[in-house]
Design a protein around this ligand. Structure first.
Ligand SMILES: [Zn+2]
Length: 323
């Protein structure tokens, strides 16, 4: 149960600015939420009107943040996007193979349902080797061909490439603009990408590709951001939702029992990456899928874990972490 007394008033004197902020947010809650205003108002005040209160500085002191309250509150304002209802998706990955590993079963399942799925790979994959027996320039076309083969297995449509140097990706206007250009060209309902907020992710390409894709998914709706796209006949478009793969905070589990073999076949297409270790790696993927099925409460079977948010939840929303 949510507890209205989770935040405790400790003084009768309130700062005018705090009152104004609190009332402004609270009135939004009254309008948009059918649940008890009293139940939610404390949490909105604590989070929305200034973060953690400090003793002697504000009237409310945070005792605890009831996550379930935040979850319920957000659902009443941002209805959860149903991935099953998607008609088109753009997969944005750092390297060839990321999407097959992170969401291959889901992609195959959506494609089998008739969802149009296109890929955008942000780097050129030139660094995907542990030896110096092949030149990076030789590796680039090999990995492109492997990705095309993997996409064919999963039922994806077209591949787009930004060709930033593998291993050197930085967050930038040009990376974000490049992703936005493809989004405005294809107008996908959903962007599927790496979770840039994954703790302990040490590969910068993964973090930056995920973050640039998140920003692009949000910002594509505003015409004066990367307005140069208009001169090429493109227009702003609103992406409905984003699905993060390889996430530590999943809120959606996809049953991929029927498409897991396709996933393995697609990952196996990246032979330059996993050829020698295929047996171990395929066992690892299966073990992860079994674990995620258990987390989803499935009795047996295989699953992939995603975090699905509406793009509206990617902006001034302190509760997205708990969604
Ligand atoms: Zn990668």
């Amino acid at each position: 149960m949510c507890r209205a007394d989770a935040g405790k008033r400790t003084s009768s004197s309130r700062r005018a600015t705090g009152d104004e902020q609190s009332e402004s947010v609270a009135s939004t809650v009254r309008q948009k939420s059918s649940a008890s205003f009293r139940e939610y108002s404390t949490h909105f005040f604590v989070g929305g009107a200034g973060g953690l209160a400090q003793k002697g500085d504000r009237d409310y002191i945070l005792i605890s943040l009831p996550r379930r309250c935040a979850h319920i509150m957000n659902e009443s304002i941002f209805p959860k996007f149903d991935l099953n209802s998607a008609k088109s998706a753009l997969v944005v990955q750092a390297h060839p193979d990321d999407a097959e590993i992170g969401a291959g079963g889901t992609i195959a399942k959506l494609a089998a349902r008739g969802v149009e799925i296109n890929y955008l790979t942000v780097t050129d994959g030139r660094a995907g080797t542990h030896t110096r027996t092949v030149y990076p320039e030789q590796l680039v076309p090999i990995r492109r061909a492997e990705e095309q083969a993997a996409m064919k297995v999963l039922g994806a449509k077209n591949a787009y490439w930004l060709d930033f140097r593998d291993g050197e990706l930085e967050p930038s206007i040009s990376v974000r603009g490049g992703i936005m250009r493809v989004i405005r060209t294809l107008k996908p309902e959903v962007v599927i990408t790496l979770d840039p907020w994954l703790p302990y992710e040490a590969h910068p390409d993964h973090r930056h590709a995920g973050m640039m894709a998140s920003e692009a998914a949000l910002l594509s709706q505003w015409p004066y951001i990367h307005s140069e796209h208009y001169s090429d006949g493109l227009q702003s478009t609103k992406v409905q939702a984003i699905a993060f793969m390889i996430t530590s905070k999943p809120n959606t589990f996809i049953d991929v029992t029927d498409t897991f073999d396709k996933k393995l076949s697609a990952v196996k297409c990246h032979w330059s990456q996993f050829g020698e270790d295929w047996s171990n790696f395929s066992q690892l993927l299966r073990a992860q899928a079994e674990r995620d099925a258990k987390r989803a409460g499935m009795s047996g079977g295989l699953a992939e874990a995603l975090k699905v948010l509406s793009t509206a939840q990617l902006h001034v929303n302190q509760n997205a972490e708990y969604e």
